[in-house]
Design a protein around this ligand. Structure first.
Ligand code: AMP
Length: 118
């Protein structure tokens, strides 16, 4: 699947629509989900143009991949989630229910989460 530079997260990265940033570095932007499904619901996205975790894992540089996964754990830690735990989800493609075709990880926490799948 080719990357669609009109997706909503691409527009956020270009500053065309606002976001509630919680973390940013050279390779990564993280912001609060607009429709939170837990007390903490942060989306972590690479700044590079990757459609999904599948695309990211295949094409991203080692620096981008390291920055991404380090940022996920840092954001969760800084949000106070480490002790009680949290969940990281990367919906991928049609069966995975991915709505926005720019790779993102959901960090969910702040309460006891339910079953992994309904
Ligand atoms: P997914 O179904 O994994 O692609 O998740 C997409 C997520 O993006 C959903 O949880 C939406 O609530 C969230 N979302 C969509 N638009 C925005 C936006 N402008 N700012 C923050 N989160 C958004």
């Amino acid at each position: 699947m080719a990357y669609d530079d009109q997706n909503i997260f691409a527009k956020i990265l270009r500053g065309e629509i606002p976001n509630d940033t919680v973390y940013e570095d050279e390779h990564v932007l993280a912001f609060n989900d607009i429709a939170p499904q837990a007390p903490v619901h942060v989306l972590v996205i690479p700044k590079g143009a990757y459609v999904s975790i599948d695309d990211f894992g295949a094409k991203a540089s080692a620096d981008e991949i390291a920055a991404f996964y380090r940022s996920v754990s840092k954001i969760a830690r800084d949000a106070g989630l480490s002790e009680d735990g949290y969940r990281v989800i990367a919906n991928t493609g049609g069966h995975g229910g991915q709505e926005v075709p720019h790779f993102h990880a959901h960090i969910l926490g702040g309460k006891k989460l339910g079953a992994m799948l309904p």
